[in-house]
Design a protein around this ligand. Structure first.
Ligand code: ADP
Ligand code: MG
Ligand code: ZN
Length: 617
């Protein structure tokens, strides 16, 4: 019968609060350290590796949030090596699995994998070995659809379990469980069956990208009850971030940027479509760069040969769709350029994360135009987005929940747009807030474009806007998303808004004179300050989710009753006409009354930008 997920009350324990996990007197400590050196060739542990290993070896369910390249694999490979049985690893892509197994075999660690596109006889052989008395594998990798669809595998696991040889279950790239994440895989949803069948086996979930809602979703779907969480800062101090308006001269800009800053160095240019990849690569070749393209329509041999040339530095620049990079481990990537808008902040963060793994300074430049937003949106709604999985190639969404997926995708995309249109806040702050991390912009040390800006900023009292938004959320009898609330506030008359108007009549259009960017910044601020809560709402049997806003009554009352003022910083308008020049003088901190509020703040780049035409579509 199908696995039906239940919502459980989860008890989260912050692993970093407990010094116990850093101790060096566990029964396995000596063996651990020796094998880390001898087998893996590491001199020491990276942040949180020892702690995660100790927590999982102690039999706990553990959730690990560690940036790409942080060393998540070691946290299960090392325990697998020193335990007597088998570790089951679920990983989304056959190509990733093959890469891991190659490394393991090189280190003389016996490992195997099962996937649906393997010969049945080969699979049988591996399964037979598992149930033999002397199981020879330490690690067994499987793709999630194997767990969902193969009874033979589940039977073997039960067999191992009965013989006390199932040591641990690992869910790698665990964000794939969640439709909130940027890389949702339907088959991950059925992994909850593992905890159901093997309640006593420690489960280890690993990911590099998880917002609070993704984390909640993953933990729920996997059925973890008491779960220790280890997270570390996602800030990458050696990366520099900037967003640049994309104009007709975009390719010239890119060429100049590379020649000025990273000549003959290694880089990735992420493009939206396969055709974009080819055109951008061709243009760069004309400019004299060693550039090639890489995308899903190429045959596997071609792709392998490109990867090889790239790792041997025979080419410098790869123009690729997002399909390129998962599991790519080149340490000296000096720049990651986004030729068009990424689909989500998580995706963007991960793609940028492929730069500077050696710790040296590297650049992340995003060329942004509003017209790209429309293109991406169109691609998302027509399902023509490049799949990031070459190997399995299965669809990301089934018809039964594609509507939800689309909604989530659109929400993610809008957040990316708001990131690009933000000309004020530190880029690191904006990214990290998304991972539930509070980052002090002062620590950026002017390593992002916004922190580098010298233009005058004005503090603006946005209390009234904030009050309206909170009241709006409060008055709605139904539960609405952030996007919807903004639509109503700014007086949209679209169909759904009209239908629900009776709920929100009083404030419908109250913000029609407030710039969209401004309203959404205030709304985001309210979420960040937890005056509004953005909650994951589980809505159907499939466990699909959507985001809704709720008022945090405890924190909202000060604002609603006028005891709290909210100030936000905006860039000073470029052209200030005489009549409102006074408005643009910097306000005096929290004492400003709302009467002094500058009328409107700078136009967003979206409105002021020339149309892009590279004829790329
Ligand atoms: P993640 O899965 O977190 O992205 P990986 O597990 O693939 O990261 O590890 C990234 C790289 O870091 C690998 O090349 C790995 O060999 C290396 N690495 C991991 N742990 C250590 C360590 N303790 N010391 C040195 N190198 C390490
Ligand atoms: Mg990994
Ligand atoms: Zn900054």
């Amino acid at each position: 019968e199908p696995y039906v997920r239940k919502n459980v009350k989860v008890n989260y324990i912050d692993g970093s609060d407990d010094k116990k996990w850093s101790k060096k007197d566990f029964p396995w400590t000596k063996k651990l350290e020796a094998n880390n050196k001898k087998v893996f060739g590491n001199h020491s542990f990276r942040p949180n590796q020892r702690e995660v290993i100790n927590a999982t070896m102690s039999g706990n369910d553990v959730f690990v949030l560690m940036p790409t390249g942080g060393g998540k694999s070691l946290t299960y490979q090392l325990p697998a090596l020193i335990c007597k049985g088998v570790t089951l690893v679920i990983s989304p892509l056959v190509s990733l699995i093959q890469d891991q197994i190659m490394h393991l075999l090189q280190a003389n660690i016996p490992a195997a994998y099962l996937s649906s596109n393997m010969e049945w006889t080969e699979q049988q052989e591996i399964l037979r070995d598992l149930c033999s008395g002397h199981c020879s594998y330490k690690l067994l990798y499987v793709t999630p659809e194997k767990v969902a669809k193969s009874d033979a595998l589940l039977r073997q696991l039960e067999n191992l379990y009965a013989r006390e040889l199932l040591d641990r279950i690992v869910i790698d790239e665990a964000h794939c469980v969640s439709q909130w994440g940027h890389d949702f895989r339907p088959d991950y949803q059925s992994l909850g069956i593992l905890k159901q069948k093997f309640p006593n086996i420690p489960l280890l979930a690993l990911t590099a990208t998880a917002t609070a809602s993704v984390k909640e979703d993953v933990v729920q779907a996997l059925g973890l009850v008491d779960c220790i969480i280890f997270r570390q800062s996602f800030n990458r101090p050696n990366l520099r971030f900037s967003v640049i308006p994309k104009t007709k001269k975009c390719m010239e800009d890119i060429d100049k940027f590379i020649k000025d800053n990273h000549y003959d160095e290694c880089g990735i240019i992420y493009c939206l479509s396969r055709m974009d990849c080819e055109k951008v690569a061709k243009k760069l070749q004309e400019y004299g760069h060693k550039a090639v393209f890489y995308h899903g329509s190429m045959d596997p041999d071609e792709r392998a040969s490109v990867q090889k040339m790239w790792s041997k530095d025979e080419i410098n620049i790869i123009c690729a769709t997002v399909a390129f990079g998962m599991g790519i481990n080149k340490p000296d990537v000096r720049f990651v350029i986004h030729h068009s808008l990424p689909k989500s902040i998580e995706g963007y963060h991960q793609e940028c994360g492929r730069a500077g793994r050696d710790g040296q300074h590297s650049s992340c430049v995003l060329y942004y135009s509003y017209s790209d937003y429309i293109r991406v949106k169109h691609m998302l709604s027509h399902g023509s987005m490049e799949q990031s999985s070459f190997a399995s190639g299965y669809p990301r969404s089934t018809p039964s929940y594609s509507g939800r997926v689309l909604e989530t995708n659109t929400e993610n995309l809008l957040r990316m747009v708001s990131y690009c249109e933000n000309e004020v806040d530190c880029r690191r702050f904006l990214q990290l807030v998304h991972f539930g991390e509070k980052f002090d912009p002062l620590s950026c040390n002017k390593t992002c474009d916004n922190c580098l800006k010298t233009h005058t900023l004005v503090d603006k009292d946005v209390t009234q806007i904030a009050q309206h938004l909170v009241e709006l959320v409060k008055s709605a009898r139904q539960e609405f998303s952030a996007t919807y609330i903004l639509e109503v506030y700014r007086g949209s008359m679209n169909q759904i808004v009209k239908k629900n108007q009776h709920d929100t009549l009083k404030l419908h259009g109250a913000g029609k004179n407030v710039a969209k960017g401004e309203a959404s910044r205030v709304l985001r601020h309210l979420v960040i300050e937890e005056i509004l809560l953005e909650e994951v709402k589980k809505s159907d049997l499939y466990g699909s989710v959507s985001s809704i806003l709720k008022v945090n009554e405890k924190k909202a009352c000060d604002l609603l009753e006028g005891r709290q003022t909210i100030m936000l910083r905006f860039p000073c308008a470029v052209k200030v006409s005489k009549s409102n020049r006074n408005d643009a003088t910097p306000a005096k901190g929290l004492l400003t009354s709302s009467k002094q509020t500058p009328s409107r703040v700078v136009s967003t780049p979206a409105q002021s930008q020339p149309e892009v035409d590279l004829n790329l579509s």
